[in-house]
Design a protein around this ligand. Structure first.
Ligand SMILES: [Zn+2]
Length: 281
């Protein structure tokens, strides 16, 4: 009897050892994080072409108009504090995050967003209901700029803030307080009417964003206030951490065809803000 129990224990120990070895062989390996470069990562997301006048030209190559900071993009590895391997519990949490995203199927585009990304990272602001994200409008002399544009942009921020995310926005007049800057240019050289550059830390916490809007579309036609609202809706989606959807009925389609948030836009941003930011791999 004792012998049989002993044999059982030895067998169990052997199974554990085998499991342990397999775990060690197959666990995901974190890319080295360049600890000498803790600078936040910046990505210039491309943006929408003006949502009128079909046929819409193909989306421009997602090459930013080159803020130098994009060069740092490659240095951010998975979201572990510099040099630390993700723990078993980190990996378990990430696997749970992936499961939750999978469960939503096609009712959100968070899964396709991650699949298209090269770092499998969720990026978002922390909960900012108590201390709203501070938005500042840069002044401009750009031709065709209309003060009415600002009201449309505020409306765009408001629509996302009302989509059920724990984020509020405050419009400040002091540029030194700005976390999100909205600035202007007359036109982009490429097929785009807006651009958003987002900065985040190595754990996916968004820290700042710059939204650039054009007062003329790429064909040289002046933007109207409601066009500005639509472009701003798309750009604020980027500010919140969303990337592009492949479905043209979403405002986050690269060349937006719709002029309001879709249910999928709302579900996607809500899910994003329920999940822990950072790498899901
Ligand atoms: Zn975009």
């Amino acid at each position: 009897m004792v012998e049989r129990r002993l044999t059982g224990m030895i067998a169990a120990a052997a199974v554990l050892i085998v499991l342990f070895i397999f775990w060690d062989v197959f666990r995901p390996v974190a890319r080295a994080v360049d600890s000498s470069a803790p600078a936040p990562t910046t990505l210039a997301v491309d943006s929408i072409a003006r949502p009128i006048a079909p046929p819409t030209p193909p989306p421009a190559a997602p090459q930013p108009v080159a803020p130098a900071t994009t060069a740092s993009q490659g240095t951010a590895g998975p979201t572990v504090p510099a040099g630390r391997q993700p723990t078993y519990f980190d990996l378990l949490a990430r696997s749970e995050t992936r499961r939750r995203i999978r469960l939503t199927g096609t009712s959100t585009y968070l899964g396709e967003m991650l699949a298209a990304s090269d770092d499998s990272m969720l990026r978002r602001w922390d909960n900012r209901q108590q201390s709203p994200v501070r938005v500042w409008f840069a002044s401009t002399n750009a031709a065709n700029f209309k003060p009415a544009f600002l009201e449309q942009i505020r409306a765009a921020f408001g629509q996302w803030a009302n989509a059920g995310v724990p984020i509020r926005f405050d419009f400040v007049t002091d540029s030194t307080q700005a976390e999100v800057t909205v600035k202007w240019r007359i036109q982009f050289e490429i097929e785009r009417t807006g651009q958003t550059d987002v900065t985040w830390d190595d754990q996916g916490h968004i820290q700042s964003a710059v939204v650039t809007l054009a007062t003329f579309d790429p064909k040289g036609r002046p933007m109207e206030p409601d066009d500005i609202r639509v472009v701003a809706m798309h750009e604020v989606g980027h500010v919140l951490g969303l990337d592009h959807s492949k479905d043209s009925t979403d405002i986050m389609f690269p060349t937006a065809k719709v002029r309001e948030l879709s249910d999928r836009d709302v579900r996607t941003v809500r899910l994003l803000y329920e999940l822990t930011p950072g790498s899901v791999r």
